[in-house]
Design a protein around this ligand. Structure first.
Ligand code: NDP
Length: 298
């Protein structure tokens, strides 16, 4: 399969990430979108020039099928329903952050229909998705990846082939465990400093030029915590899911990982405590324990 101007792309799952990713695809390729709540697909078509599929079967003519769903469980259900209808040689690009073992199961299922499968989770958040500047970590066959790279280029600034099927999911899980760790640790350090009279902005200015900096201290806390906006871009429940998956990756390698296991427990408990929250609201749990809010507001 070599994409050309007639290649049909399908995108299933128009959530916070899927909507802008599918919009960037529709700007370059004939793109059919499907979403469980069909009104979202219809609104996408009206706004971005994609074609809305009201039934799943309507995407069966695509040569490239992309998914971005909560977990591998939802992907497996769609692959079971759609797999028999896809033409041999179709490539399925799964942008979901899922379980590596689940990705291998879906790959085996689709291989039975001669459909290629790449696990291709993404990093860069909704902002990166809007800009078409995501990082994509890909597990699977190198030839399938080479074939769909022109399609991935519509959503990505960086595509890295990290190994066999499941490897992309494993890297994504570990990345997000590191995100949760740095966010939680930064909240602990900054609330302790604030309790002792150091303004968070001053501490962050120092950390920005020092070795303790992270995405949490450079972007998340300055842009979303200090102004108390906590925009909803990535559900805390999804982050907790990713950190749990990282725990499975570590266990699979029999790595004793006390820090990441503690973060797994803390993040899972926070997701229960703050149901429906954004991931950055992890900070609120630390603030409540310390009795200090990180704020630049008067
Ligand atoms: P959202 O919760 O915003 O969207 C979820 C999507 O999945 C919606 O389109 C929803 O449809 C659909 N869906 C949910 N359950 C089902 C089901 N049973 N069957 C079919 N469709 C279903 O999620 P995000 O877009 O934030 O995340 C999607 C994936 O991307 C996750 O794996 C997440 O971890 C990952 N991710 C998210 C990032 C972010 O910043 N948000 C960044 C990087 C990765 P409906 O509209 O009907 O509810």
């Amino acid at each position: 399969m070599q994409p050309n101007e007639t290649t049909q792309v399908a995108f299933l799952g128009l959530g916070a990430m899927g909507r802008p990713m599918a919009a960037n695809l529709a700007a370059r390729w004939p793109t059919t979108v499907w979403n469980r709540t069909t009104s979202v697909a219809e609104a996408h078509a009206a706004e971005h020039g994609s074609r809305a599929a009201l039934e799943l079967a309507e995407v069966a003519g695509a040569q490239v099928v992309c998914t971005c769903l909560p977990t591998d469980v939802e992907v497996a259900a769609l692959a079971t329903a759609l797999g028999p209808q896809l033409a041999p040689g179709t490539v399925w690009i799964d942008h979901t952050s899922g379980d590596p073992a689940g990705a291998r199961d879906v790959a085996a299922l689709l291989a039975g229909y001669d459909v290629g499968y790449l696990d291709a989770p993404v990093s860069g958040g909704t902002d990166g998705a809007h800009r078409g500047a995501l990082t994509v970590m890909v597990g699977g066959d190198a030839e399938d990846l080479a074939a769909v790279t022109p399609v991935l280029d519509a959503v990505a600034a960086r595509v890295v082939h990290v190994g066999d099927v499941g490897a992309g999911m494993a890297v994504k899980a570990v990345n997000n465990a590191l995100l949760a760790t740095s966010l939680w640790a930064a909240a602990e350090g900054l609330t302790a400093l604030a309790a002792q009279g150091v303004a968070p902005q001053a501490a962050l200015e120092v950390i920005a030029g020092s070795t303790g900096r992270s995405f949490a201290t450079e972007t998340l806390i300055p842009d979303r915590v200090l102004d108390r906006s906590f925009p909803h871009t990535f559900a805390l429940a999804l982050l907790a899911k990713d950190v749990r998956l990282a725990g499975s990756v570590l266990a699979g390698a029999e790595v004793d990982a006390p820090v990441l296991h503690l973060i797994e427990q803390l993040t899972s408990a926070a997701a229960v405590e703050l149901e429906g929250a954004d991931h950055v609201e992890l900070v609120r749990v630390v603030e409540r324990a310390v009795g200090v809010e990180l704020s630049s507001l008067e």
